[in-house]
Design a binder for this molecule. Sequence first.
Ligand code: ADP
Ligand code: MG
Length: 272
Amino acid sequence: MNNNGGTECGYERYECSDELISVENVTLDYSSKSGSERALVNINMNIFPGEFVCVLGSSGCGKSTLLKILAGFIPPTSGNVKLEGNLVKGTDWHRGVVFQNPPLYEWLTVSQNVAFGPKMRKVPKKEYAPLVVDYLKKVGLEDFADKRIYELSGGMKQRVSIARALINNPEILLMDEPFGALDALTRENIQDLTRKIWWNNRKTIFLITHDVEEALLLGSRILVMSKHPGTIINDIRVHFSERVIEEGSKHVKFSEEFYNKRQEILKLINDE
Ligand SMILES: Nc1ncnc2c1ncn2[C@@H]1O[C@H](COP(=O)(O)OP(=O)(O)O)[C@@H](O)[C@H]1O
Ligand SMILES: [Mg+2]
């Protein structure tokens, strides 16, 4: 689905290119003892390179299910997901995932956790070692390389988890409510870091949240989902995140435009 009507990406920073991810008529039924339950119905969307797509929807509407399908953790019941035209058939390094509570190896050091992906892919150590240093710098953890995970705060763990996903140079970063468990100050800090990584590294990001302001301050595009069973009911292009980068401040959130967009989206969710 694209507000611009066609396949153009509508995104100034990039030459309009082909979609990175396309989701066609995806439906997902969970089966249980009492029968089957439809979690997603008729999902159609494209994600273009360089977009920061934020997904908003009420609890239980199927956001995490959609992310798990994009990641390749679960196959859709019907329909398909393609990455650069190729069917997604399972998990691989092309799609990096960041969860609310990052599953890190508690007994390994920060560096060892970040090095995990390249090591598993049998990248030679002399190639990945400098990358580990680079990515720790990107997330502001260069001084904590040798700390063990259990010694870190929640915010630091989330930074490790972002570095660990980025080091594999994924085509897209899939983030499921990544800031949900953090205190307000840390959350803002890591939101800023994520925006910077998106902008400076030209990453494509798909981020789930239930916080409208977070979606407006980060996304270049917001997808609003209906209540259970979830489908996409709106696809809205926004430019506040770019303004935050350009202006070096979040003043834009006090603008009338921001207020109106926020009300418009809240109404969409509440009217559901
Ligand atoms: N593994 C599962 N088995 C059965 N039902 C599930 C499973 N995971 C999620 N569901 C159901 O699917 C629906 C969507 O869940 P989820 O994708 O986690 O929603 P959200 O992330 O938007 O809160 C919910 O009704 C939930 O109970
Ligand atoms: Mg969820």
